[in-house]
Design a protein around this ligand. Structure first.
Ligand code: CP
Length: 348
């Protein structure tokens, strides 16, 4: 494979990348992780390069791992608050002297730096499913430099990369690994689908035996599910959906329980869903918690994963997330290494 194919490429979703390319990214991330652990400088990789980061939403891990990562590669990351620049907006959603059309922002930043990273989901696009992804695609269309998806309303590809690097570190590969992405209860119904959708894309693409578990009413994007079926067939893995958390956990090597919004939230006309009905669907499933009893159903060597932040006492008990099977801080650390790998490969 020509690593030349990475240069200048956008990073929007793992659907755009082959299994072979993803293995290369994981290899580069592992090498950068080794150098970081040894204290070896690698600031010759992106000297003098600038990453612009536009955050429409809050963040701990994503902002700090990108910012630290650029420093370690010899470049610099700018934090841009959409409320303090002219808020980048799509045509038709502009407000005079308050917003700036995405096409103009993308072309302006392309003259000054080397990549644009964006996080956008939920309230900034009124929870219109796909609205944030469309915003990122518009950036990618107009920018002359790579556009990196730091989480939109469909995909969180860097989280998925960090997750599969963690799985590869723990199990040495993906073949025969039962990977369970499960819904779990949270008091907040406003949670995007980006993490579970990207996790099942990554797991099926890499060849895991992937199970998606959720209560009825929490279905994910049918296009993503279809893509997962196709990728599992191609990679030699498998993919299925169940409405039974306990059954899913049985014999699992990886369990990844987290909340996402109910399907009604995304059904058009957007914003017209019955909030009481959405809350009722959620609250009927408080027993979807990852506790030590459920962990006993999994493989004895099973790992517990979560992208963080988590809702302790709802999605997971303290005993599990702080216990020996939890790898949540490995995942958080691996965000740094995979992002550095992608930046080093695409921003050269
Ligand atoms: N997992 C993740 O993206 O974390 P942040 O929201 O803190 O960036």
């Amino acid at each position: 494979m020509k690593t030349e194919s990475f240069r200048g490429k956008d990073f929007m979703t793992l659907l755009d990348w082959s299994k072979e390319e993803i293995e290369t990214i994981l290899d580069v991330a592992t090498d950068l992780k080794r150098r970081f652990a040894l204290g070896e400088r690698h600031d010759h990789l992106l000297p003098g390069k600038t990453l612009f980061m536009i955050f429409y939403n809050q963040s701990l891990r994503t902002r700090n791992s990108f910012e630290a990562g650029m420093t370690q590669l010899g470049g610099h990351a700018h934090y841009l608050d959409p409320g303090k620049i002219y808020t980048p907006a799509l045509k038709g959603r502009e407000v005079a002297y308050s917003t700036e059309r995405v096409s103009d922002v993308a072309r302006t930043l392309s003259r000054m730096g080397h990549a644009i990273a964006i996080r956008c989901y939920g309230d900034p696009v009124d929870w219109v499913y796909g609205g944030a992804h469309e915003l990122l695609q518009e950036f990618a269309h107009w920018a002359h430099i790579p556009v990196l998806n730091m989480e939109d309303d469909k995909y969180h590809p860097f989280q998925a990369l960090a997750d599969i690097l963690t799985v590869r570190e723990k199990f040495g590969g993906f073949k025969g690994i039962k990977f369970v992405m499960s819904w779990a209860y949270s008091p907040s119904i406003h949670k995007p689908r980006a993490v579970p959708q990207s996790a099942i894309i990554a797991a099926t693409k890499m060849g895991c035996d992937t199970v998606l578990a959720h209560p009825k009413g929490m279905e994910l994007d049918p296009e993503v599910l279809k893509a997962c079926e196709e990728m599992a067939a191609k990679s030699g893995g498998s993919f299925r959906v169940t409405n039974d958390m306990e059954e899913a956990f049985e014999g699992a090597h990886v369990v990844y329980p987290k909340a996402w919004a109910p399907t009604v939230l995304f059904q058009p006309p957007v914003g017209n869903y019955d909030k009481d009905e959405a809350q009722r669907i959620f609250d009927a499933n408080k027993h979807w918690i990852c506790d030590s009893e459920k962990m006993k159903l999994a493989h004895p060597e099973a790992i517990y994963m979560h992208c963080l932040p988590c809702d302790r006492g709802f999605e997971v008990t303290d005993e599990v997330i702080d216990g020996p099977q939890s790898v949540v801080f490995d995942e958080a650390e691996n965000r740094l290494h995979v992002q550095k790998a992608v930046m080093a490969l695409t921003m050269r």
